[in-house]
Structures are given as structure tokens and as C-alpha cells.
Design a protein around this ligand. Structure first.
Ligand SMILES: Nc1ncnc2c1ncn2[C@@H]1O[C@H](COP(=O)(O)OP(=O)(O)OP(=O)(O)O)[C@@H](O)[C@H]1O
Ligand SMILES: [Mg+2]
Length: 391
């Protein structure tokens, strides 16, 4: 320690001075000498006193310094601690912000898809009203066309019967020209009748589409409905085209139970989807894929819904068309084969009437799968009370 060091450094010299003074005093000095000795003794005492004070001051300063250092150390530790805490809080806050940012993005995406759905629904609703009006207007004149074509066909047959004896008299050449003309006329009127009938079919679909659904919800054996409509679709296709070759397989959930739906309407939706699948599987067999046509219909019970999947191994749907397939009148089938109303009717029935979902998964050249989900309230009394009707 510097102060003690100073005191001890000059300690021996002070002792020497002290003993010299005592020796001089002991020798009995003169009066003048004694005065000098007393002055020296006084100065000596003063020196001792100042040395002692200096040492004490140093000690106080040292203590102060030590305390300040400790205080500084404590403050530093506290500051470090506070910085660590603040950093941790900031990290937590950043993570929270990240999470809420993600939630916001999800909400935005949900809103966008909901908006798209709303726009689609709105479009379908206004199209529905429009088609209903137009279909109604067309229905009457079309009925006239069909009726007059039928009457004309009868008239042609009568005319032929009447002309036959006269033509026999007129000679064979003129008779055959007249007969040819009659055949052509009959064929033309037949075509008017046939295409009038097709137009009538379209008008009827449009009216059914837009009329809204009056059927009542009732507990239904959905598996049975699927089997029935699969058969109906198969035989319908077979009747139209004898070359049609598709196998329909089913994988139905035996635990499905009674499902609360409007059977006629949902049946129509299912028929449209199964019909499309059969058409696609058969077209695939004849075209690109070359594989035997296969349609798989499955049902599954979900916690609060039932799900029906209709899958075919046809050519699939190209990405640019996926948006359009539910639009009314969108079709890729040749003229006269499809009206393009099948899926828009299915959409209307599943989404608007049954508050369900219909979506499609597909891989071009491989498969198409339509997935229908019909929500089922967990404790719907009507659905749980009744048993599925037997086969
Ligand atoms: N399973 C499928 N595989 C491939 N394309 C499909 C399938 N189902 C539907 N599509 C496409 O969606 C279009 C629209 O189908 P939608 O059922 O609405 O009309 P459509 O079958 O053409 O005519 P309609 O059903 O009125 O006779 C079809 O023309 C076809 O291009
Ligand atoms: Mg169709």
C-alpha cells in the first residue's frame, strides 16, 4: 500500500532522529541548545502528525475507490442483465409478429378464395335467372316446331299413300323421282323433329337447373343411391354407344349410415359426375391412355360429413380448363354430345342446396377424381333415426 509504504520507508530515519534528540537531551545541553532541541522536537511531532493524516486520507480514498469499483461492477452486471432480458423480449415479440403475419396472410388467402367463390355463386345465380327467362321464352315456339314436324311426318306418310296409285299410272321414272323427293322430305322433317327434341332436352335441363330445388331432405342410403346411379350411367352410355367399354368398381363405406340429403337432386349431381367419368375413361381407352376404362366410386364417413369420390383413368383435365369446367355451357365434347350443363348443375346441387363442396383433382393423361363432400350435422335427428332402406 502506497501510504503505509511511505510511512515505513522513512520510519527508520525518524527513529534515528528520535534517538539522536533523546541522546542530546540526556547530555544536558546548554540553554540555547535546549531551545533548538525543543524546536526540533516540535517540528518532529508536526511531521509525524502530517504523515499520519496523509496515510489516513489515502486509506479513505482507497476505500472510496474500492466502493466505486464495486458499484460500477454491479451496475454493469445489471445493465448486461437488462440488455439480455430486452433482447429476449424482442426475440419473442419478433416471433409473435411473424406468427400473426402468417395468420394474416392465411386470412387474406381465405378471403380471396371466399371472394372468388362468391363471385362464382353470384355469376351462377344471375345466369340461372337469365337462363330460366330465356328457356321459358324458347320453350313455346320450340314446342310448335316439334309438333308441326311430327304432324308433317304423318302428312308425308299420308301423301305417299295417296300418291302411290297416281304415280303408278304416271310411269316408273316419274314415280321414282317423286318417291326420292318424298324420302328426302321425310328425312328433312325427321331431322327437324330430332334436333327439335334435342333442343327441348337442353331447355328442360336449363329450366331444372334454374328452377331451384323443391325436394325435401330425407335420410337416404347414399351407398345404395351410388350403386343405382352407377348402373343408370353405365346403361345410359351403353344404350347410346354399343362400343362403350368401361368397368365401374365401387368401394363403399359400410359404416356410412343414413345420410340426410335430397335423394333425387343429389342423384342427379352424382349421375352427371359418374357420366363424365365413364365418358372420360372410355375416351381414354380409345385414345391416349389405351388402358381399359375404369371408374372407381367410393364413399367415406368423415367426422362431420360424408365424402364421395368418383375417379376415372381417362385423359384428365388440362390446367387451363380446370377453372371453367363448372361454368354453365362449358364443354369440350363434340357438338350434340354435351350441353356443358352437367357439372354446373352438380355444383348448384352440392354447394348451394346441400351446403357441401365439390372439387377436382386431376393429372393430365392419368386420372381425374371428383370429390364431393356433404356436411352432416353430428346429431341430425332425421338422419340418425331412420335406417337405410333395403336394396
Ligand atoms: N372426368 C372427367 N375427365 C375429363 N374431363 C372432364 C371430366 N368431367 C368433366 N370434364 C370436363 O368438363 C367439361 C364440362 O363437363 P359438364 O359435365 O359440365 O358438361 P359436359 O359433360 O361437356 O356436357 P353434359 O354433361 O351437359 O352432357 C367436359 O366437357 C369436360 O371437358
Ligand atoms: Mg357432363
Amino acid at each position: 500500500m502506497p501510504d503505509n509504504a511511505m510511512a515505513s520507508d522513512i520510519g527508520p530515519e525518524l527513529d534515528v532522529l528520535r534517538s539522536a534528540l533523546e541522546a542530546l537531551a540526556a547530555q544536558g545541553a546548554s540553554e540555547e541548545m535546549s531551545g533548538h532541541l525543543a524546536a526540533i522536537e516540535k517540528a518532529y511531532q508536526k511531521l509525524l502528525f502530517s504523515l499520519d493524516r496523509a496515510r489516513k486520507d489515502k486509506e479513505v480514498q482507497f476505500r472510496l475507490l474500492t466502493r466505486t469499483t464495486t458499484d460500477l461492477r454491479t451496475a454493469l452486471a445489471e445493465t448486461e442483465d437488462r440488455v439480455r432480458r430486452r433482447t429476449r423480449q424482442l426475440q419473442e415479440r419478433t416471433e409473435e409478429l411473424g406468427a400473426s403475419n402468417q395468420a394474416l396472410e392465411q386470412a387474406l388467402a381465405d378471403l380471396k378464395s371466399m371472394q372468388a367463390q362468391l363471385v362464382h355463386s353470384e355469376k351462377m345465380a344471375s345466369l340461372g335467372q337469365l337462363t330460366a327467362g330465356i328457356a321459358h321464352e324458347i320453350k313455346n315456339p320450340l314446342n310448335f316446331v316439334i309438333n308441326f314436324a311430327e304432324v308433317s311426318l304423318d302428312l308425308i306418310r299420308e301423301l305417299r299413300a295417296e300418291l302411290r296409285p297416281m304415280l303408278a299410272l304416271a310411269g316408273s321414272e316419274r314415280a321414282s323421282v317423286a318417291e326420292e323427293l318424298l324420302v328426302d322430305l321425310e328425312q328433312n322433317v325427321g331431322k327437324v323433329r330430332e334436333h327439335g327434341g334435342r333442343a327441348d332436352g337442353i331447355i328442360r335441363s336449363m329450366l331444372l337447373h334454374s328452377r331451384g330445388h323443391s325436394g325435401t331432405f330425407q335420410p337416404t342410403d347414399l351407398n345404395q343411391l351410388l350403386e343405382e346411379y352407377a348402373k343408370l350411367a353405365y346403361h345410359g352410355m351403353r344404350a347410346q354407344d354399343s362400343g362403350f367399354q368401361v368397368t365401374i368398381e365401387t368401394a363403399l363405406d359400410p359404416g356410412l349410415g343414413a345420410v340426410n340429403v335430397v335423394p333425387q337432386d343429389l342423384g342427379r349431381a352424382l349421375l352427371n359426375v359418374i357420366h363424365n367419368a365413364c365418358y372420360a375413361a372410355d375416351a381414354g381407352r380409345r385414345g391416349n391412355t389405351g388402358e381399359p376404362g375404369l371408374v372407381l366410386i367410393s364413399s367415406r364417413k368423415l367426422p362431420q360429413a360424408v365424402e364421395v369420390r368418383v375417379r376415372d383413368n381417362g385423359n384428365g383435365i388440362p390446367p387451363e380448363l380446370r377453372e371453367k369446367i363448372f361454368d354453365p355451357f362449358f364443354t369440350t365434347k363434340p357438338t350434340g354430345v354435351g350441353t356443358g350443363l352437367g357439372l354446373s348443375i352438380a355444383f348448384e346441387i352440392v354447394v348451394h342446396q346441400h351446403h357441401g363442396e365439390i372439387r377436382v383433382e386431376t393429372e393430365p393423361g392419368k386420372f381425374t377424381e371428383f370429390i364431393l363432400k356433404i356436411p352432416q350435422p353430428v346429431a341430425a335427428p332425421a338422419a340418425t333415426a331412420a335406417k337405410p332402406s333395403a336394396g
